[in-house]
Design a protein around this ligand. Structure first.
Ligand code: PGA
Length: 258
């Protein structure tokens, strides 16, 4: 497993102004340049993508991601943003199927369509999966298995190198840090995810997939989650907008053995 982690900042529908977004981006850029060896991906709302992308131009350690992607032909799609537009402003990553969107907008089949489209268009795709709740019967494993199967079955082998899976159990999102997944449960789930992927794509291909964890990660629990959870990185929501905490989180992710 690679030692370089991927830390994804999902800003969701924040902050409210362009000034605030630039302030956060500049602070991150200036504070981490001396020590960061990991890959940081900043995913601002669409309206700020261009200006945030300019701040990180030619920065090898920090990339820009979009929080969603539109797939479809033609130019007549009011309100949508095309892959080309994203590419032209330097977007390299795309989050797909975040639970916020799955809740009301993105069905399993649309998630699959977006995943295939994003990978074909050359993006690194962060596919979000995760169960609504856990019970003692282990139904969460079935739920996660179904999401993976629906999204990646028949994915062509040459696209797999750009596939990242973010395991984000819905019950752990937006909670207190003490309610994040337990590292040992995460470890078990990452093995399961890789096994399901391997049944579909073959072991060699499944090993190429990076697995991230998201859900109430903070500067305090990030290190333990990565070290004991068997993940290649993290997807951070709220903590990524608290600049000081986010920088501490990145620092702690730089001092790990894994
Ligand atoms: P959180 O959000 O870190 O605020 O729990 C994670 C996410 O929804 O991606």
């Amino acid at each position: 497993m690679a030692n370089t982690k991927i830390i994804v900042a999902n800003w969701k529908m924040n902050p409210e102004s362009s000034e605030e977004s630039k302030k956060i981006a500049v602070e991150i850029k200036n504070s981490i340049k001396s020590f960061n060896k990991n890959k940081i991906v900043i995913c601002p709302p669409f309206v700020f993508l261009n200006e945030i992308s300019n701040i990180f131009l030619k920065n090898e350690k920090i990339s820009i991601g979009a929080q969603d992607i539109f797939v479809g032909d033609g130019v007549s799609h009011t309100g949508e943003i095309s892959s080309e537009m994203l590419k032209n402003i330097g977007v390299k990553y795309v989050i797909i199927g975040h639970s916020d969107r799955r809740e009301s907008l993105d069905s399993d089949s649309l998630v699959r369509e977006k995943l295939f489209g994003a990978l074909k268009d050359g993006f690194k795709a962060i596919l979000c999966i995760g169960e609504k709740e856990r019970n003692e019967h282990g139904d969460h494993f079935h739920e996660v298995k179904g999401q993976i199967e629906s999204a990646i079955t028949k994915l062509s082998k040459n696209l797999i190198k750009n596939l990242i899976i973010a395991y984000e159990p819905i019950w752990a999102i937006g909670k207190k840090e003490s309610e994040a997944v337990k590292p040992e449960d995460l470890h078990e789930m990452t093995i399961f995810i890789r096994r399901v992927a391997s049944d579909i794509l073959g072991i060699k291909e499944a090993e190429k997939i990076k697995i991230l964890y998201g859900g109430s990660v903070t500067k305090n629990n990030a290190k333990e989650i990565i070290e004991k959870g068997n993940v290649d990185g993290l997807l951070i929501g709220r903590e990524s907008l608290k600049t000081e905490n986010f920088i501490k989180l990145i620092k702690s992710a730089n001092h790990m053995d894994r």
